[in-house]
Ligand binder design. Structure first.
Ligand SMILES: *[C@@H]1O[C@H](CO)[C@@H](O)[C@H](O)[C@H]1NC(C)=O
Ligand SMILES: *[C@@H]1O[C@H](CO)[C@@H](O)[C@H](O)[C@H]1NC(C)=O
Ligand SMILES: *[C@@H]1O[C@H](CO)[C@@H](O)[C@H](O)[C@H]1NC(C)=O
Ligand SMILES: *[C@@H]1O[C@H](CO)[C@@H](O)[C@H](O)[C@H]1NC(C)=O
Ligand SMILES: *[C@@H]1O[C@H](CO)[C@@H](O)[C@H](O)[C@H]1NC(C)=O
Length: 426
């Protein structure tokens, strides 16, 4: 995954602080920074507590860890596994993941396993679970929430591992991109947000029900800031995984018989190059009208950063996936390949948008009300609220693989083969 917060901390000070102030569990300082050390000194003065200090001085960088006990106990969330090699899951440790929460969430995250017994939640990234490295059985406390976290599709999940008896009633909560998760999270993928959340004409995406949609605006003047001067190339696609369950590569290849598709990266089909991510984004924004937001699996709610990249860089996404995209974006902001019965008819529509600038520009009306948030924090905020809510009921998943993949006697209900749709291309 590409996202990584720059939380490089001063390691020397960190261990100094741990020795000096955090030798007992009355303080939680699993990592720190220079300012953290200053705060720890501040903490020495009687009558003051680190948390109050933070609340009143909000300009302090988010990476700071504060002494949590005894002034104001924070709920502790332990990252048990890594997230594809990233220890802090890209969320950060300490108070960092919660600083942007509307309620500033009274939680802390840590990677320090010595807090295993004191944690309120323990997060397991399903792709990084090692069954020989789990918290010892007898140490588990009934109030603790074991969290199943995953952002890959069920088709890229080790379901056999999850089907082991050990995982029956093991996980208490799910934290995934699926809208029916206990904690719904889009952190690695992004989302479209209202510029003015208070505006009654703005819908929060992703929507949770079919109903909370606002009627599309009928305004015809579109003051969108999209420069068409050099936008005379058709479709770009930056892709490195060339053979997928969704057979998107075959769809792209069929589509290219009717409209040029410039593939960049490991699966390139010509001499197209851009030197790095920023250069590719610049090329997309300046020269191309469309981008292929083709998912590698056709699964319920599986919508990734591939959707938000073109939106952020002024191209219209041509989507292909298993989600109901009307739940994710306003109507008229994308082209759904699944709405057509053949690659040729899809290409006809795109070719029309190559020559009709006025029609093409209507696809950017969303910019009047919405903005793209690349790393939304909604999930961690929701997890923290769930842990702190006295109404939260005990829960556990008897069959995690069953919930995740929709296993019904070996048939997968959550993901579908490409042949299940109206669009035919094989
Ligand atoms: C956790 O609690 C168990 C007793 O339930 C104890 O044996 C163990 O040492 C504790 N582990 C840590 C890391 O504190
Ligand atoms: C796009 O426009 C540029 C500059 O006008 C021109 O050189 C180029 O050939 C055009 N490309 C296509 C694909 O029409
Ligand atoms: C790619 O570049 C090479 C060398 O410059 C050239 O021979 C070849 O025709 C080009 N291929 C395409 C598809 O443009
Ligand atoms: C979590 O699951 C375990 C095992 O099923 C159960 O004993 C415990 O009560 C659950 N805790 C919560 C907070 O749901
Ligand atoms: C699954 O298989 C079992 C045993 O063969 C059968 O009783 C059950 O009805 C099946 N369930 C579904 C949903 O097909």
């Amino acid at each position: 995954m590409e996202h990584r917060l720059d939380l490089t901390l001063v390691k020397g000070l960190n261990s100094w602080m741990n020795r000096r102030w955090c030798s007992s569990k009355t303080l939680l300082c699993s990592s720190s920074s220079f300012l953290g050390a200053v705060l720890a000194v501040y903490y020495l003065f009687p009558g003051h507590c680190g948390h109050q200090f933070l609340t009143h001085h909000q300009q302090i960088p988010a990476a700071i860890e504060l002494p949590a006990y005894p002034c104001d106990r924070k709920l502790i969330i332990l990252y048990w596994t890594k997230y594809f090699g990233t220890a802090d899951f890209g969320f950060g440790t300490g108070r960092a993941p919660f600083i942007e929460c509307p309620d500033r969430g009274a939680c802390l995250t840590t990677t320090d396993r010595s807090f295993v017994n004191d944690s309120d939640a323990i997060i397991f990234h399903a792709r990084d679970i090692n069954v020989n490295d789990l918290p010892p059985d007898g140490w588990r406390r009934p109030h603790q929430h074991y969290i199943f976290l995953l952002y890959e599709s069920p088709e890229n999940t080790n379901l056999d591992m999850l089907r082991q008896p050990l995982f029956r009633h093991y996980f208490n909560r799910t934290m995934t991109y699926r809208r029916d998760s206990d904690v719904f999270d889009l952190h690695p993928y992004g989302r479209m947000e209202c510029i003015d959340a208070a505006s009654p004409s703005c819908t929060e995406f992703p929507r949770t029900t079919q109903n909370n949609i606002i009627q599309a605006d009928s305004s015809t003047s579109v003051p969108v800031n999209v420069d068409l001067t050099f936008k005379n190339r058709t479709i770009a696609w930056f892709v490195s995984n060339c053979k997928t369950n969704s057979r998107r590569e075959l769809l792209a290849s069929k589509l290219s018989q009717f409209i040029p598709v410039d593939i960049y990266g490991a699966c390139k089909n010509g001499n197209n190059t851009c030197i790095d991510r920023a250069a590719c984004d610049e090329t997309l924004s300046r020269h191309y009208r469309f981008y292929l937001s083709f998912e590698n699996s056709l699964c319920l709610d599986y919508v990734t950063e591939k959707l938000y990249r073109p939106l952020q860089f002024s191209a219209v996404p041509v989507v292909y996936g298993g989600a109901d995209y009307s739940m994710y974006l306003p109507a008229g902001s994308y082209v759904n390949a699944m709405d057509f019965d053949s690659p040729e008819h899809l290409a006809d529509h795109l070719n029309k948008l190559m020559v009709d600038d006025e029609l093409y520009l209507t696809y950017f009306r969303w910019k009047e009300k919405y903005t793209i948030k690349r790393f939304p924090k909604i999930g961690m905020c929701q997890l923290c609220r769930l842990l702190g809510d006295p109404e939260t009921k005990d829960k556990s998943y008897a069959d995690m693989a069953g919930w995740w993949a929709g296993d019904v006697n070996g048939t997968n209900q959550i993901c579908q083969p490409s042949t299940n749709f109206r669009l035919k291309f094989s």
